[in-house]
Design a protein around this ligand. Structure first.
Ligand SMILES: [Zn+2]
Length: 69
């Protein structure tokens, strides 16, 4: 029981430190952008993590160059 509590603690600390990188991905073009990209059109856009965007076959926008890690 104790080990589970320690694990959860460590996990929540980790997720706090590691800033989760959220990008705006266009479902149609499969290109993901930084949230303030001027090329970003709000239609068909969803906010997801970079990890998820890559899993869905997304490509980073050449204009705003979102971080891919
Ligand atoms: Zn962009």
């Amino acid at each position: 029981m104790k080990s589970i509590v320690i694990f959860l603690l460590a996990f929540s600390l980790l997720s706090c430190e590691k800033k989760i990188n959220v990008v705006a991905m266009n479902d149609k073009t499969k290109i993901f952008h930084k949230q303030d990209c001027p090329k970003l059109m709000m239609a068909n856009v969803r906010l997801i993590t970079v990890e998820e965007a890559k899993q869905r076959g997304g490509k980073p926008c050449p204009n705003c160059k979102p971080e891919t890690r």
